[in-house]
Design a protein around this ligand. Structure first.
Ligand code: PAF
Length: 230
C-alpha cells in the first residue's frame, strides 16, 4: 500500500491508474469495523481502492471536538493495508487549505433537521472537502456508511447537483453486539453512556416494528420509544 501526503503525488498516482476503476473511501481516520467494511467492499468492486484520512477542520464548529477528535495514524495505516486499500491519502491541513477558502458552498435542503440543525456549517465543510477530494482522486465509486444517513443524503445531492461522474455506494451500519453503531467517537463514551446509548437503536427498532404492525400515530411511537429505558 502506498502512503501519499501531497496532492501533487496523489494526482501522479491517479494518472498511473487512469485506465482502472477507482473506489474511494473518504474518512477522518481512527478506523473502526465500519470503515474497514467500506474498504473491503471498495476492494471487491474496484481495481484500485483509495482511502483518505483527513480530520477536516472546516466541518467542526468553534466549540466542537476538532482538537480532541481521536487520531492514530500508524494504526490506520496498518488497518487500511490489511483491509484492501492500495493507496492511503493523508494530507496535512496546509496541503488541503493553503489559505482560507474564498468560495463557500451553501446547502439549501436536507440539512435543516437532525445533525445539520444543531451543527450550522458542518455539512458545508463536508461538501467542500469532498468536492476537493473528488477532484483530486477522481473515483468512479465512493463509499459511505449509512450510519451517517444525513451525510449520505447530502453527498447524493452534491454528486447530482455538481455532476460528479461518481456512483455513491451506501454501506449498512456496523454495530456492536449491544446494537450501538460503531463510531470513532465511541471511545469517548463513559461506561454509563455506553450502557444507555443502545437504547437509541432499540427505540428505532421498536418504532419500525410498530409502524409495520400498523401504528400510524408518531406521538404514540415516540412515547413508547422514550419509555424504553425509563
Ligand atoms: O464521515 C466522515 O468521516 C467525514 O464527514 C468525511 C466524509 C470524511 C468528510 O470529511
Amino acid at each position: 500500500m502506498q502512503i501519499i501526503r501531497t496532492i501533487k503525488k496523489m494526482k501522479q498516482a491517479i494518472k498511473i491508474h487512469a485506465a482502472e476503476q477507482i473506489g474511494f473511501v473518504p474518512t477522518m481516520g481512527f478506523f473502526h469495523e465500519g470503515h474497514l467494511e467500506l474498504m473491503r467492499q471498495a476492494h471487491k468492486e474496484n481495481d484500485i481502492t483509495v482511502v483518505s484520512v483527513f480530520v477536516n477542520p472546516m466541518q467542526f464548529g468553534p466549540n466542537e471536538d476538532f482538537e480532541s477528535y481521536p487520531r492514530d495514524e500508524q494504526r490506520d495505516i496498518e488497518l487500511a493495508s490489511e483491509n484492501g486499500a492500495d493507496i492511503i491519502f493523508m494530507p496535512s491541513i496546509e496541503e488541503m487549505y493553503p489559505r482560507s477558502p474564498i468560495i463557500s458552498m451553501d446547502i439549501l435542503e436536507r440539512t435543516n433537521v437532525l445533525c445539520g440543525k444543531s451543527r450550522p456549517g458542518h455539512f458545508a465543510g463536508v461538501v467542500t472537502v469532498l468536492s476537493k477530494l473528488f477532484h483530486i482522486i477522481q473515483p468512479q465509486k465512493v463509499y459511505f456508511g449509512m450510519k451517517d444517513a444525513q451525510q449520505t443524503a447530502v453527498v447524493a445531492a452534491l454528486i447530482e447537483d455538481l455532476n460528479f461522474p461518481i456512483e455513491l455506494v451506501g454501506v449498512p451500519t456496523v454495530r456492536e453486539p449491544s446494537g450501538l453503531a460503531k463510531s470513532s467517537r465511541n471511545v469517548r463514551l463513559s461506561e454509563k453512556e455506553k450502557s444507555e446509548a443502545p437504547s437509541l437503536y432499540q427505540a428505532l427498532q421498536l418504532g419500525r416494528k410498530m409502524v409495520l404492525d400498523g401504528e400510524t400515530n408518531p406521538a404514540i411511537i415516540k412515547k413508547r420509544g422514550q419509555q424504553l429505558h425509563c
